[in-house]
Design a protein around this ligand. Structure first.
Ligand SMILES: NC(=O)c1ccc[n+]([C@@H]2O[C@H](COP(=O)([O-])OP(=O)(O)OC[C@H]3O[C@@H](n4cnc5c(N)ncnc54)[C@H](OP(=O)(O)O)[C@@H]3O)[C@@H](O)[C@H]2O)c1
Length: 341
């Protein structure tokens, strides 16, 4: 069994590769830069378990050959606005399981809009944003809303401090901050257009407590959560202080150890129509590790025969039972999870 990691040379790709090797998988290190990939392969010192495959993002034939030699693909290169569709297209055509780390709502929406019929024909299962941002919110919303037939609003709150962005994260943030036409889900309908950016307060559980947030934070739950929670409105928020910290945009050269010091709480508030609600959250350190573990767990479940019963494009929570999936990540040390019974 060989799992392709596209963008293996990046911080996320390296964490995903290390976890796959630790879990006994062979890995195809893939990406655009042959010297970078060869140097990573030499560093890993596992010549019989890693292979290198060079496939620039605009070389559809090389991407197709990659998907044809792999049993599954974990896509870690971004911004996904640029890299998402070409790699997903290769996996969809080849009929293999695919997960990615997109945060941006537009590429997440595009995956559902563009690849459903190809995946159904080829037998592929594609899961976007199976990572920290997007994936954890989607899974928590499902766990909290389980059994509810009418939901007024799902709010996903991210409290993040000490975030040291990589080059890929900075490039992604720069695209998102200036974005005019945003994807939102309001009054039971998906909309694309300008939105008012405002501050709100989200009641994070202790020890974080109520914190001022930036709303809306552009993360793909606005696309995925309405697919499985009967919500009228879905909104994502991020603590305002996250972008006010000095190190966030100036840590492109930070060490992996420094990056691992990020603290996070991801909390979901599900408000029932007619009153009352349900909360759930996860809390931990190192957002990259949490995302890498989530994506590897998903890929291994898919290659092991778990997941959706049919082919197509699915959200994380449509693919796996949310509570057990989050609890299994908690057991692996990705975070602590407080979920409804
Ligand atoms: N949703 C989440 O929670 C989450 C979590 C982690 C990461 N991400 C996303 O994942 C992406 C990577 O993040 P990172 O932290 O790993 O960044 P990083 O350390 O800067 O690595 C970026 C990776 O993407 C590759 N890449 C960039 N542009 C490319 C292009 N046009 N064609 C082919 N490869 C390209 C780079 O290849 P080279 O080495 O050749 O430059 C490198 O392998 C970002 O978009 C980030 O937003 C999201």
């Amino acid at each position: 069994m060989a799992i392709a990691v596209y963008g293996a040379t990046g911080h996320t790709g390296r964490l995903v590769t290390a976890e796959l090797l630790a879990r006994g998988q062979d890995v195809i290190l893939a990406g655009r830069s042959e010297p970078g990939l060869r140097s990573l392969a030499a560093e890993l010192a596992a010549p019989d378990r890693v292979a290198v495959h060079v496939a620039p993002i605009d070389d559809s034939a090389a991407l197709r050959r990659l998907a044809e030699r792999a049993d599954a693909l974990n896509h870690c290169a971004g911004p996904f606005t640029t890299t998402g569709a070409p790699v997903a297209a290769a996996a969809a055509a080849a009929g293999i399981p695919y997960v990615d780390h997109a945060i941006e709502p537009h590429p997440v929406k595009h995956l559902f809009d563009a690849f459903q019929s190809t995946a159904e024909r080829s037998g592929a299962v594609l899961i976007p944003q199976m990572s920290f941002y997007g994936g954890l919110g989607d899974l928590l919303a499902s766990a909290a809303a389980e059994g509810l037939s009418e939901v007024d609003k799902v709010t996903v709150g991210y409290a993040v401090s000490g975030w040291r962005m990589t080059q890929g994260a900075v490039n992604t943030a720069n695209l998102l901050i200036g974005e005019i036409d945003r994807v939102s889900f309001v009054d039971g309908a998906q909309r694309v257009g300008p939105v008012e950016i405002r501050n709100s307060v989200f009641p994070f559980p202790p020890p974080v407590g109520p914190r001022t947030t930036l709303v809306p934070f552009p993360s793909g739950e606005v696309v995925t959560v309405p697919r499985h929670v009967p919500a009228r409105t879905v909104e994502v928020q991020l603590t305002s202080s996250t972008f006010e910290e000095e190190q966030i945009f100036t840590s492109v050269d930070a060490s992996p150890e420094e990056r691992a010091r990020t603290e996070f709480t991801v909390a979901v508030q599900v408000l029932r129509t007619g009153g009352g609600g349900v909360n759930a959250h996860v809390r931990g350190r190192d957002i990259w590790r949490a995302g890498a573990l989530a994506s590897v767990e998903a890929v291994l479940r898919l290659t092991g025969g778990e997941g959706p019963r049919k082919a197509g494009v699915f959200s994380p929570a449509e693919s796996f039972p949310a509570g057990p999936f989050l609890r299994s990540l908690a057991e692996q040390g990705a975070f602590e999870a407080v979920l409804p019974d």
